[in-house]
Design a protein around this ligand. Structure first.
Ligand SMILES: Cc1cc2nc3c(=O)[nH]c(=O)nc-3n(C[C@H](O)[C@H](O)[C@H](O)COP(=O)(O)OP(=O)(O)OC[C@H]3O[C@@H](n4cnc5c(N)ncnc54)[C@H](O)[C@@H]3O)c2cc1C
Length: 405
């Protein structure tokens, strides 16, 4: 019997992870990516809780742990760079702003791509322009390639997915009123291996994080009531960042000088959809349920979701049943990840001097030995529990091409 052929759109984390599992079960996979090559930008991302288990089952545990950034914890600093409060890296799979496994997004994407490139057809520099969902398959039109028919289409294109609108015309995303710019700047002898996090007034934040390739990953975050800045060109975005962060203190000038090099700028938002599938088309990863970088859960949800979707598809005869089970398993996990701490992002990005002082006082308390002994207050402060999913063992994908629950 012919093996099902699945088209996956998006070659970041969720897409290649799904290709891994489907290929393990003997399915045929094609991944289409809008960019001309694998995107290697992005910063330190967390792999937490159940996602670590999934990585182990993928056989990528050693590779992922061997590529971590070496971040040892998080230090909140003041205008002079003095530490206000410090938190060690999470010792459990879930705790702390710095997770047990921190890896550059581009590195993890590359590992997943290299793991799957032999068993998967990758098409770069193309994208879906039309979907015709028929009883026996989906006819897909592309911007460049000729039309092809697939059994199923998985949209793993991130929060700003365009294909999502073709299958889910009513889908809307929520804007959290926050922008983040991600830069790479030279490392100096004064840098250490902690995530250093600085809040300035007017809802501005500057962060420096170590990486494992000899540079420093910086980000500039700011609250704004103006929408659509992510659609501007990088020249205009750089101007806005220079103006917004002028005189903000600490390492700001150093980070702003990195704006002459390519940087990544995005609006922070969430995707909350009532359903994740329509006919033979299903959403996966941030395209389905983006919880935002503030949750620290985007990559973990993508890895776990890819595993669950593949497990359900290769276990059941009917894709509709598989999609329903995928959603039932993932929905509670996603709901918890999307519940950001109360007041987010405003409390973490205070506008006034009083707000900054209040945040620092709260952080000092949370970092105190007493609070630490009371059970990892720090972990709950930063991110939702990441291991609260009872992962089914899909032997259909873990052990190879067998269809079994
Ligand atoms: C370049 C980049 C940098 C990032 N940096 C960070 C970071 O520093 N910190 C952080 O917390 N999160 C970052 N993220 C988001 C993070 O990767 C996700 O939250 C998480 O890993 C879930 O991944 P995903 O595969 O679902 O979606 P994403 O990682 O968003 O990947 C979506 C993929 O789909 C591709 N794509 C988009 N539209 C189309 C289309 N129409 N057709 C084909 N392909 C399409 C994109 O180019 C991308 O490769 C970044 C994402 C990207 C793409």
């Amino acid at each position: 019997m012919r093996s099902p052929h699945v088209l996956i759109s998006g070659a970041s984390i969720a897409g290649p992870a799904l290709a891994h599992w489907l290929a393990a079960a003997g399915w045929t996979t094609t991944v289409v990516e809008r960019f001309d090559a694998l995107r290697d930008t992005g910063q330190n991302i967390d792999v937490r809780g159940a996602a670590l288990e999934v990585v182990r089952w993928m056989g990528l545990d050693d590779a992922v742990r061997g590529a971590t950034t070496g971040e040892t914890g998080t230090a909140f600093v003041d205008e002079r760079g003095d530490v206000v409060a410090a938190f060690p890296a999470g010792r459990s799979d879930t705790g702390g702003a710095t997770a047990e496994v921190e890896i550059l997004r581009g590195e993890l994407s590359r590992l997943l791509y290299e793991d799957t490139r032999d068993g998967t057809e990758y098409v770069f520099g193309d994208q879906i322009t039309g979907l015709d969902d028929r009883p026996d398959g989906v006819a897909v039109r592309f911007a460049r390639s000729p039309e092809r028919t697939f059994d199923l289409v998985v949209v793993a294109e991130g929060l700003g997915s365009r294909t999502r609108a073709l299958a889910f015309p009513d889908a809307r995303t929520t804007d959290l009123g926050l922008y983040l710019a991600y830069l790479t700047i030279p490392r100096t002898p004064a840098d250490d291996d902690r995530w250093r996090w600085y809040n300035a007034t007017r809802g501005r934040q500057v962060s420096l994080r170590p990486d494992n390739v000899g540079t420093i990953r910086a980000f500039l975050g700011f609250l704004s009531d103006v929408r659509g800045l992510e659609d501007l060109g990088s020249h205009d975005q750089a101007q806005i960042l220079r103006k917004t962060f002028r005189g903000a203190g600490w390492a700001t000038e150093r980070v702003l000088s990195g704006l002459d090099e390519p940087f990544y700028f995005d609006a922070v938002g969430q995707a909350r959809l009532r359903r994740w599938s329509s006919g033979r088309v299903v959403l996966l990863g941030d395209a389905a349920w983006c919880a935002s970088p503030l949750s620290g859960m985007g990559t973990s949800l993508a890895l776990v979701g890819a595993y669950v979707l593949a497990g359900e598809l290769t276990t059941r005869d009917d894709h509709r049943e598989a999609f329903a089970r995928f959603e039932a398993t993932m929905r509670p996990y996603v709901d918890r990840a999307q519940k950001l701490p109360p007041g987010t992002p405003r409390l973490a990005f205070p506008r006034t001097r009083t707000g900054v002082t209040g945040l620092r006082t709260a952080l000092r308390v949370a970092a105190s030995p007493v609070a630490q002994r009371l059970g990892g207050l720090s972990g709950r402060f930063f991110s939702p529990p990441a291991d609260e999913i009872d992962l089914p063992r899909y032997r259909s994908v873990i052990t190879g091409p067998r269809i079994e629950a």
